[in-house]
Design a protein. Structure first.
Length: 279
């Protein structure tokens, strides 16, 4: 069920790559570009990518089941939410007028979606925004873009949360990149933070995973890069096995949440050049 059991700590077991990064945005939303355009990633893989060019406000569509796995395992179903908080329900994720819309309700029911396709190494980019739909009372949802291990073994096979908001529409983007490590050691991860980004507006968020590094981008600008960092407690940061994209609006509080909406305009996956992926 791809349940996630983790806490949001700063990096521990500090090694060569361990640090916390805080940057200030320099790219305005009106001049936003994609990492794919800026760095020449080529064409997205059509079977792995989704432009969400279907559905409407009056006729919401189930996400393309050839591309995505649904919460609960199918239409009309639910399963337990993050750390058993609320439920992840298929009905809370629909495509409406060319946009994937995830809704988090006050009762704790929320959306979740996972790609059918996993791979080791590649590039992922999505255009996203989020907002609360009720007054703030200290119990917000957490919008995320994640590369999750195909094995469903966490933390042994790592986890790359390349966007993780503490609340919808925040002014700082955050990322938590988990090293592959045994369960019997403290959380091993890197943290990056970039402020001056209004996440209630559309932004293009990307991650590049190669045999050499993890790099993150917002609107085509690099905002984190991590490499290596292996020690007695963990493998190197980029040494996870095969991963797949998940899109999540996570419930950390149970019930009585601040309702929210998380939207994705498109989600794209790109190959690495052969000379990079083979290293």
């Amino acid at each position: 069920m791809h349940g996630r059991h983790r806490t949001r700590h700063l990096a521990v077991g500090l090694g060569a790559a361990a640090l916390t990064m805080t940057l200030t945005a320099t790219t305005a939303p009106h001049s936003a570009s994609t990492a794919a355009e800026r760095y020449g990633w080529g064409e997205p893989l059509p079977a792995w990518s989704d432009e969400f060019g279907y559905g409407s406000e009056t006729g919401p569509a189930v996400p393309d089941r050839a591309k995505w796995r649904l919460a609960g395992g199918g239409p009309g179903k639910c399963w337990p939410g993050h750390s058993d908080n609320g439920r992840r329900c298929d009905a809370n994720t629909r495509v409406v007028g060319g946009v994937l819309r995830m809704t988090g309700e006050a009762d704790g029911d929320s959306g979740w979606l996972a790609s059918q396709y996993g791979r080791k190494y590649g590039r992922w980019e999505a255009r996203v925004r989020s907002r609360a739909t009720a007054p703030d009372h200290g119990r917000p949802y957490h919008p995320l873009l994640i590369l999750w291990p195909d094995s469903n073994e966490h933390p042994e096979d790592g986890e790359y949360d390349y966007l993780e908001n503490g609340a919808p529409g925040e002014q700082c983007a955050e990322a938590f990149l988990h090293y592959p490590h045994p369960q019997d050691v403290p959380v091993q991860q890197e943290h990056a933070r970039k402020c001056g980004v209004d996440l209630s507006q559309w932004h293009n968020v990307a991650v590049e995973w190669t045999p050499d590094h993890l790099r993150g981008f917002i609107d085509g600008e690099e905002w984190f890069r991590f490499s290596g960092g292996a020690n007695a407690d963990r493998d190197c940061i980029q040494c996870a096995p095969s991963m797949h994209q998940t899109i999540q609006l996570d419930n950390f509080h149970g019930d009585g949440l601040q309702s929210a909406v998380y939207e994705v305009d498109w989600a794209r996956v790109y190959d690495l050049p052969d000379d990079e992926s083979a290293r």
